[in-house]
Design a protein around this ligand. Structure first.
Ligand SMILES: [Zn+2]
Length: 443
């Protein structure tokens, strides 16, 4: 992956990587013992994996090429893995290398070690004052981007370090932490001795904010403001859409990491943003981004063909709340920008076919659905659209374009449902869908 030049590209990557995975088989299970040496900027790892997918009698995994395999044990027997096997396709993380091992009947155990910095922009590192590990560095064995696994991570942090991770974390003995995730998700660990650990409460909803104690005061104020917006967004969505799960409250965790590179990502409940962007945000406003990510606690669909629903609805909700919090002009000007960008992109695959042309992912997953939902809301009113969305989320993550359409017929009535159906398969973006119908200037 290269440096992101435009927010559109960054957002596409977020969508692809943060998007829910498609389960083909039962998820694999990883048990990860991670030894960290922040002072020496190094790490070593032992992973026990069961349920690895195999092709015939081989399982192929990918690991950052900066890491050195020291021992591979398959079903209790030591084996020689094939490093960089002939004919292996390049993996999406350029720094990773393919490793072939015999297909385990039960367990594969891989031991490896290497330098702390696994990506040049610092997004994956073990350093004296920062640990930030996620799949972007290939620090654990990967099989495919959309292949889920559940995991347990055990590690130790130096005394006085504060950490954030996905999954359920407990401190087992002084300094040792144990995190488990029954949900298939990326293994993320972020920790620093410099983090101040605060929480912000709005409307009875809390969010957590981690930021370095040496960040400029202005940056800390922006961070606290964003944590407030995250809490507000979750309180509002719970009112509008109902609880995410019976008895479960959303508690977003905003982590501002002191490293290079523009990459932001979310692995709920974590929303990870470079600290430097607090005072120099890119083209995508931070408040809109935080609201969009919080909306994903609710807005989830499975499979690339249905990604437009989770992304488009999250973007719509983020824009609606941005209007409430920052004024309707802010919301409208964002929609106007999308309208112009969609117009400039011209004719191309429809929303329903986005997965066949990923170059239009940002237009079709974010911009066109947000414009369409805004146009429908302008026709039916906000309460009616909220009823539609509430029923949509009640269907869980099994949403498809077909269920979206049939729910539109049931809750919004025939004329709106017809309009939605037509726009979802339209290659153009006319005014009825929220686009521009004006004649195009001849140049
Ligand atoms: Zn999203």
């Amino acid at each position: 992956m290269t440096k992101f030049r435009t927010p559109a590209v960054a957002s596409i990557m977020l969508m692809v990587l943060a998007g829910p995975a498609v389960a083909q088989n039962a998820p694999a299970q990883y048990d990860i013992a991670l030894a960290l040496d922040p002072a020496g900027s190094a790490l070593s790892v032992v992973v026990e994996a069961s349920g690895l997918p195999c092709q015939g009698d081989v399982a192929r995994v990918y690991l950052n090429r900066g890491l050195t395999l020291t021992e591979t044990i398959i079903d209790g027997r030591p084996v020689e893995p094939v490093i960089d096997p002939a004919g292996a396709e390049p993996f999406w993380i350029a720094a990773s290398r393919a490793i072939d091992i015999p297909c385990p009947r039960e367990k594969a155990r891989l031991s490896y070690a290497g330098p702390g910095q696994l990506h040049r922009d610092g997004r994956n590192q073990v350093a004296p004052e920062l640990i930030e590990l996620s799949l972007y560095g290939g620090w654990y064995p990967m099989t495919a981007i959309d292949r889920p696994f559940t995991w347990r991570l055990r590690t130790a942090l130096p005394e006085g370090w504060t950490f954030a991770s996905v999954g359920a974390a407990s401190r087992t003995e002084p300094g040792r932490i144990d995190v488990t995730s029954d949900r298939a998700t990326d293994v993320v660990l972020i920790a620093s001795p410099r983090f101040t650990d605060d929480s912000v409460e709005i409307d009875g909803r809390r969010s957590r904010v981690l930021i370095s104690d040496d960040a400029p005061i202005e940056a800390r104020q922006v961070a606290a403001g964003l944590a407030g917006e995250a809490a507000d967004m979750s309180a509002w969505l719970e009112r509008v859409l109902g609880p995410v799960e019976e008895g479960r409250q959303v508690r977003p965790e905003l982590v501002f990491t002191r490293r290079g590179g523009p990459l932001s990502y979310s692995r709920l409940p974590l929303i990870v943003t470079p600290q430097a962007s607090l005072l120099a945000p890119g083209d995508r406003p931070l408040g809109l981004n935080v609201r969009h990510e919080v909306a994903h606690f609710w807005s989830r669909s499975e499979g690339a063909a249905n990604d437009w629903i989770s992304e488009g609805v999250a973007e719509h909700l983020a824009l609606v709340r941005t209007g409430d919090r920052e004024g309707d002009d802010t919301r409208r000007s964002r929609l106007d920008l999308y309208r112009q960008q969609v117009e400039a992109a011209g004719r191309g695959v429809s929303i329903a076919d986005t997965h066949t042309d990923e170059t239009r992912a940002y237009i079709n997953r974010y911009q066109r659905p947000a414009l369409l939902l805004d146009a429908v809301q302008a026709s039916v009113g906000r309460p009616a659209l909220e009823t539609f969305l509430r029923r949509l989320f009640a269907l869980g993550s099994s949403l498809t374009t077909a269920t979206f359409r049939s729910l539109a017929v049931e809750t919004l009535g025939e004329p709106q449902a017809t309009r939605i159906s037509a726009c979802l398969i339209s290659m153009d973006w006319p005014e009825v869908c929220g686009g521009i119908d004006a004649p195009r200037p001849v140049t």
